[in-house]
Write a protein that binds this ligand. Structure first.
Ligand SMILES: NC(=O)c1ccc[n+]([C@@H]2O[C@H](COP(=O)([O-])OP(=O)(O)OC[C@H]3O[C@@H](n4cnc5c(N)ncnc54)[C@H](OP(=O)(O)O)[C@@H]3O)[C@@H](O)[C@H]2O)c1
Length: 294
């Protein structure tokens, strides 16, 4: 019988908490977790089977696979490279999977730095939101070596419904950027459509039912159309995360000569909405822009 692999999940936030929970249900691994704020990891330890590590050293030193899901580039830099970071304790020959949505540059930097220690890196941002994490049906876009991703398939599958290897290191993050660029433009279109419908006093239930099965159909229309009309934004994917993600897209586009005209416009609208108190509102609050800027 083959030995169980030690897998450590770092970052028990909105996404990481349920993802690590799915992982802990697998009989194939010895699961450990670590979170900067220890109350959250203690709570996780009460809800799931698994070892709760109290220091980053204890969390990663015996791990065959380390998985991170933190906030942004700066967080990954801190958690890996700072004086209190995990770099000195990572095991030679181990695998490092990062589910954080970061820049392409950060993914490349992690890959290069870890390679020097004979550690294989996969950038693996996710799509599907909190509901996708809770239900274990995330979509994962990965960059790295095929044989390394294959070796992690049974791990990632515990919380995802699809895993796509996009290509070399960093290309998972590039795919996630495309995802965010598409959502930004789509939400602006959806906002304008719904505001137009409201001005014409169209019945919103009938309208959404009429058009959400046709060519204008989208996840956002199906899952957010009604709540946008009801001006409910206190849930979902926070604008602050979208601003971070679109910032990475705009930065990347600067280097590859793509004109992201609408993405830039939506980015500016979101930063304006953050100034107006919508930092933690769902990204569908984009439809409030004109109302708040009269
Ligand atoms: N939420 C979504 O719907 C969604 C969907 C797709 C992708 N994503 C992406 O997934 C990632 C995680 O999102 P989330 O919603 O789970 O975020 P979150 O709830 O804010 O959780 C972030 C986690 O990272 C930890 N962390 C952050 N900075 C750290 C640092 N410097 N050192 C150590 N730990 C640190 C936090 O620890 P503490 O508990 O100590 O703060 C927390 O466990 C982000 O990159 C986000 O863009 C999110």
């Amino acid at each position: 019988m083959s030995k169980k692999r030690n897998v450590t999940f770092v970052g028990l936030g909105t996404m990481g908490y349920p993802m690590a929970g799915h992982l802990s249900r697998s009989e194939l691994f010895n699961v450990s977790v670590f979170n900067r704020t220890s109350e959250k990891s203690a709570q996780w330890g009460e809800a799931y089977e698994g070892r709760v590590a109290l220091t980053i050293e204890d969390a990663v030193k015996d791990a065959d696979v380390v998985i991170t899901c933190t906030g942004r580039d700066e967080d990954m830099m801190e958690i890996v490279f700072s004086d209190d970071g995990m770099m000195p304790y990572l095991k030679k020959g181990s695998i490092f999977i990062d589910h954080t949505t970061t820049s392409f540059k950060l993914a490349k930097h992690l890959n290069e730095s870890l390679k020097d220690k004979n550690i294989s890196f996969i950038d693996a941002p996710v799509s599907g939101g909190e509901a996708g994490a809770i239900n274990g049906v995330l979509s994962v876009m990965a960059g790295g070596d095929a044989h390394i991703l294959d070796a992690c398939d049974s791990i990632i599958k515990t919380y995802s419904k699809s895993i796509t290897l996009m290509g070399d290191s960093g290309s998972g993050q590039l795919a996630k950027m495309v995802n965010q660029i598409c959502i930004a433009g789509l939400l602006q279109g959806l906002s304008e459509g719904l505001l137009f419908a409201e001005s014409e006093n169209l019945n919103m239930d009938k309208l959404l039912s009429a058009i959400s099965g046709g060519a204008a159909q989208s996840w956002q229309m199906v899952n957010r159309g009604k709540t946008m009309h009801q001006r409910e934004f206190d849930f979902g994917f926070a604008i602050k995360w979208m601003v971070k993600d679109l910032g990475y897209c705009l930065d990347q586009a600067d280097g590859n000569n793509t004109k992201l005209t609408f993405t830039q416009e939506v980015y500016d609208r979101y930063t304006n909405l953050m100034d107006k108190g919508h930092t933690y509102s769902d990204t569908s609050a984009l439809m409030m822009f004109d109302e708040l800027n009269k």
